[in-house]
Design a protein around this ligand. Structure first.
Ligand SMILES: O=C(O)c1ccc[n+]([C@@H]2O[C@H](COP(=O)([O-])O)[C@@H](O)[C@H]2O)c1
Ligand SMILES: Cc1cc2nc[nH]c2cc1C
Length: 334
């Protein structure tokens, strides 16, 4: 019903049918998610989950682990790319410590989602216990519940965690049944030799894994605290009928986990940006997702969401503000 009403509304705007292209799909999707022909995007939020990864010590990243905590402090000081873009587009930014290997001072504007000070390396054993993985889902859900209470109906997710392209690549490979080599990329900027080493380490890690392909077991074994909290947050945002903005490679891996748990979230997801990280194009294709932007970013942090947000606003605005053929007295077809 709402779908038909929205389609009629969109088709009656003063334009040739379909001429607003993907913005028309976006307007339809947002109207469907929010259940109205007059949707409004209210109090947009961007949540950055941060955590450290045991696998980082195996030499799979171009940057040292302490960059995770240093970047968290940079977010809190307003100095990161995501701060700039959120400020530009009037999006509230919230940073959650999901498991950074550092004791932050009390009183910082940092959300507490801390599970532990980083995961264990998944080269020889699980990154986290199944209890910790479950706790991640609950913490992610609690973060969203608090934000919903502020009236927010559109939310994006970003992440910070040195080593997390390794987690994301292995999860993608095992969950999508795709060759690991297709899922592994340069992350923060590995050279050819370092990339080969990353591939060897991750292949060894997968060979050492003796469990099955159960989603919860895989998430605990190869996941990260920020990744799994993002999964919990995405699931919660879907249940609460929010518009969910999905960012880069790691965020899409978190979405993949959420999708495996609850396929109905697909209708809520707006894929904002295709990352330059090697596996992302394939992952998006696997998910049959059409990203709004392709700007060669490979940053994470939710930057793709913040940059795409004005497009969501344009979709809603044309739906609400454009004249119809009738109201503008324009002849509709010959
Ligand atoms: O989101 C992406 O597409 C993306 C692609 C490459 C790197 N990153 C960011 O870089 C970090 C992970 O890279 P790495 O090399 O340490 O695995 C982590 O902090 C991510 O936010 C993010
Ligand atoms: C500097 C830096 C900033 C980041 N932001 C997200 N991931 C990142 C990784 C690095 C290395």
């Amino acid at each position: 019903m709402i779908t038909e009403d929205l389609k009629t509304l969109i088709d009656n705007k003063t334009k040739p049918p379909g001429s607003l292209g993907l913005l028309e799909d976006l307007a339809l999707q947002i109207g469907e998610i929010l259940g109205t022909t007059g949707p409004q995007l209210i109090n947009p939020h961007l949540v950055v989950f941060a955590a450290d990864h045991g696998i980082a010590k195996e030499g799979v990243s171009a940057f040292p682990q302490e960059v995770t905590r240093q970047m968290v402090l940079n977010f809190l000081n307003g100095g990161a790319a995501i701060n700039v873009f959120c400020k530009q587009h009037d999006i509230r930014l919230q940073v959650i410590d999901a498991g950074v290997n550092f004791d932050f001072d009390d009183g910082l504007p940092l959300g507490d989602g801390k599970i532990a000070k980083g995961t264990a390396s998944f080269l020889h054993g699980p990154a986290m216990t199944t209890f910790q993985a479950e706790l991640c889902l609950l913490k992610g859900e609690a973060v969203v519940a608090e934000i919903v209470a502020k009236g927010c109906n559109v939310i994006g997710f970003g992440e910070m965690g040195i080593g997390n392209t390794s987690s994301a690549a292995v999860l993608m490979s095992l969950l999508c049944d795709l060759p690991l080599s297709e899922c592994i990329g340069r992350g923060t900027g590995l050279n050819d030799e370092q990339l080969l080493k990353k591939q060897q380490i991750l292949e060894q890690a997968v060979a050492n894994y003796k469990g099955d392909r159960d989603i919860f077991k895989l998430m605990a074994y190869f996941g990260g605290f920020e990744l799994m909290e993002m999964t919990g947050a995405i699931l919660a945002a879907g249940k609460r009928k929010m518009v969910i903005m999905v960012d880069g490679f790691i965020a899409t891996a978190a979405y993949l986990c959420a999708y495996r748990i609850d396929q109905s979230i697909k209708k809520n997801a707006v894929f904002c940006h295709e990352s330059e990280e090697k596996g992302h194009r394939l992952l998006l294709a696997y998910l049959e997702a059409k990203p709004l932007l392709s700007l060669h970013l490979r940053l994470g942090e939710g930057t793709g969401c913040a940059l795409a947000y004005p497009l969501l606003k344009s979709a809603v605005n044309f739906l609400n503000e454009m004249a119809s053929f009738q109201s503008a007295a324009i002849s509709n077809k010959s």
